[in-house]
Each structure stands twice: as C-alpha cells, then as structure tokens.
Design a protein around this ligand. Sequence first.
Ligand code: ADP
Length: 532
Amino acid sequence: MASIEQTPQGPVLVLKESALQQKGRDAQRNNIAAAKLVADMVRTSLGPRGLDKMLVDSLGDVTITNDGATILKEIDVQHPAAKMMVEIAKTMDNEVGDGTTSSVVFGGALLAKAEELLKKEVHSSVVVEGYQEAAAKTLEILASVGKKVEFEDEETLTKVAVTSMQSKMVSEDSDTLAKTVVDAVLKVVSKDGDSYSVDLDNIKVEKKAGATIRDTAMIEGIVLDKETVHPNMRFTVNNARIALLNTALEVEKTEMSAEIRITDPTQMQMFLEEENKMLKEMVQKIRNLKANVLLCQKGIDDIAQHYLAKNRIMAVRRIKESDMAKLEKATGGRVTTNIDDLTEKDLGTAATVQQKTIDSDKWVFIEGCKNPQSVTILVRGGSQRIVDEVDRSLHDALMVVKDVIENPFIVAGGGSIEAHVASQLKVWADSFDGREQLAIKKYAEALETIPLTIAENAGMDPIDSMANLRTAQNQNKMWTGIDARNAHVTDMMEIGVIEPVAVKEQIVNSATEAACMILRIDDVIAVSGGQP
Ligand code: ADP
C-alpha cells in the first residue's frame, strides 16, 4: 500500500508503492486482534484443570504440554504484536520461571478491555495512563498483603512448589517432586547478610526414562550419563582425587598428511612402541600426582585406557563441557587443557566416585564433593516424553522456590489475589475523574479474567463462581479463590495453594507493559533491513 501525503503542491508519495502500512484505528485493531489470539491460544490451559496442547513439529515430533512458555516458544508466530505477547511469556520464564500462561492471558484481557473503551472513543493514551496507575496500585496492594515466609519454613516452600506443578501432567506426583525440589534448593542456598540467594546452576538435572516419576531423587553430588572407559577399571573409588582434563589422551595426529615409507618391519614396530610410550607417559603423569579418577572432556585412546586401568585410575571420557564446569565447581578442581600443566593443586576431591547401573545403563556418580552446594536431580518416568515434561515442571518448581527464598513473600493462588486486588481497585478508581476511572475499572476487570478462566477451565459455572467470589471478597475474605480441583469457591491459603509475590509482580509488570506498548502503536510500517 502506498502512503500519499496531500500538500498544497499536490500529492507526495512518501512510502514505496509496495510498502505495507496500517494507520490509526486499523493498525490498533489489527494489533489487538493478533495479541488477543495468542492469549486465546493458551487460555484453555490455565490452572490445574487446564487442558494440554499437542505440539507437532515439521518432522512430526510431538510435545504434549500445558506449560505456556513451552507452547509459545514452539509455535511459529508471525504477527509483530503477537510476537510481543510471546515475549511476555519468555520474560516470565527467564525472570521468575512461572506465571507464563497467566501473564499472556492477563495481557490479552487488558487489550480486550481496552478495546471496549477505544470503541467508546476513549483515547488510547488515556487508557494507557489509567492502566499504568492501576498497575502501580496493584503492586502496592501486593506488597501490603504478601505474607512473610521464614527461611526454615520447608512446609510453605513445599506448598509453593506443589502449587506450581498443579497444572502440569505431573500433578499426581507433585508432593514427592516438590520435596525433592525443596531439598535440592536448600542445599544450594547461600546467605548474604540478611538475605539469601540461590544459584540454580548448582542443581544439575539429569533425565533417564524408566521406573516411575516417584523414583526421581536428589543426589548430593554430580551424576554423569557416562560409563567408565575400560571394563577392568574399578567401579568404586573412595577418597577420590580427580583430574579434570579437556584435552584428549591420544597421540596427536598432524594436520598435514605426510607419507612415510617403511622398508623394514622393525621400523613399524618402533612407531607403535613410540606411540605406546607416549601414552604410557601421559598416564604416568596423572599417576604421579596420585590422582585416582580421570574425568576427560575429550577422547581417551585404547592403549591409554589400558594403562589407566592398570594403574587403578578410574576414567570417564567425552563429558559435556557444561558438566565439566559443574565438576570443577563441585570438586574444587581445575579443568586443565594440557596434561603437562596438570599439578596436584588442580585435582578435585570427592568422598566417592562410583559407577552404578540404572536399568541397563551405567552412570557415574560423584558424591560427597568438596563443595556440598552441588546436587543433581535424577529424573525418572515411564517414557522419554514423561521425563521431558517432569524436567519442564521441575524447572518451574525450582524457580518458584528460589523466588520465595530470595524474596520471602507469598500470596494465595486460584485467582484469589487477583480478585482481591480487583475489588480494591474498583473502590480506588472512584477517586479518579472521568475516563481514567473507566480505564482503572477495566484493569480490575482484566485481573478478574484469571479466576474466571480458572473456573471456566475447571468446568465450573463462570457466572455463579464469580458472583460467589465477589461476595466473599466484599466481605473481606481476602484469600477466597477458585478451588479448581474440587470445583468450589474457598479459602486458597487454607488449602495450601500459594504462590510467590515475585511471580505476581512480574505478571503485572510484563503484561501491563506489553499491553500499553501495543495500545500506543498507531502506525505499522514495513521497513527495509532485517532478516528477509
Ligand atoms: P502459569 O503458566 O501462569 O503458571 P498455570 O496453568 O500453571 O499457569 O496456572 C497457574 C494458575 O493456577 C495460578 O493462578 C494458580 O494460582 C492456579 N492454581 C494452582 N493450583 C490451583 C488449585 N488447586 N486450584 C485453583 N487454582 C490453582
């Protein structure tokens, strides 16, 4: 579409004939519609009774999930405004690890409510202003009602983890998984003055299909999905002194191809013996440092394997780089690139290094590490698809427990906090004049979409549920929400459905920001540059 500006001298062509351009209400309407579509896509998966999505990629691989972030990450969104909604989910996932579906549903609701005002000729900048005022007030209310959680309060931390897994396929096993998650996070907490911090990089998650979800366990140390390189190596080493290498234990091949003519069989023998000698010396260097375990990022030659076994050094090869970094941290060792540079100071330590058989596979466990702040969660489950879903759910649960430890305030879930804030906002809106008041009330209505959707997805009557919920909220029963499991309106704090304040704050911030950004756009122009 060309853009033609009228001037006294006649029409002037501003944009190329072919340039895509949408202006004013059209642009706004299109953007809102696209963003709302994304929200509608994930709406039915919100809450514990939300349905799952089956995602099929171009190769026919299938992922079944209920996790908003995963759904939106996988689908191929084209429209720029829709992409902004996908961004919200990504931000939620990176910042707090949970609340992805809620934020997109809430963002979509904010736009749907804004559209009602735009149709009544309320200017979008007035809506944006009202929304921003309302968001600031929401954050204020959240801060004032959040309940403090003590660090030792494992019960509450477990409930937070269970709540985050309620909507997942693993919800039946959420109690055992939540306990494992809390145990793991508490192992890696560091105290910093009066506050605590959690580095989730210290928790390694390994997946192994087989057994049941309830067999998922935490191991105090690092688990490697690898076996020792030689069948004659010992399978258990106590008081391990560990050499960490990221170079191959092989004789280096030259870059260029050279031809050596051998005229006598003894010369061949000499070559082989030389190679043998070099490998033997490499192993001897490790032996001289009294190392009894070698963990290598690259390959280990067969002859070197033989010498290692002979010297009673347990060895594992082709370990992932990311695992080497974790091993470095856990064992207190240093990854060395050249075997000649390896010194005793570079060795890590662990109480035991042991090869164990899990189903028919052999794995290496490094336990009782020098740094006890390194743990592994070994995920089990009936099939690869299940362990993948457990892994995704654990990610959310680990993040929410981290959120509460770092910012120790919680609120009740099930739409209770959203309903509470909405009722407060509606009263507060009356202190504003005219159109801004309308926008604040619409913001409150958008918040109510969360309990409404949870109720709808649980098969409850939305009108009755919301009427009961509003009545309870008006009676100041702040934690009343939608108990989706038992399909009734009740005190969510009492039934232990609780969530970090940090997640709710992030939902408010991300969704409001995205909605306002979309509302402020009144021109969409295709520009040159960027990816074709
Ligand atoms: P998100 O990706 O936003 O975390 P979920 O599908 O996990 O989306 O749903 C989270 C919502 O479900 C939260 O509002 C949470 O309070 C709510 N919820 C969790 N457990 C229950 C429950 N037992 N009853 C009702 N709502 C629940």
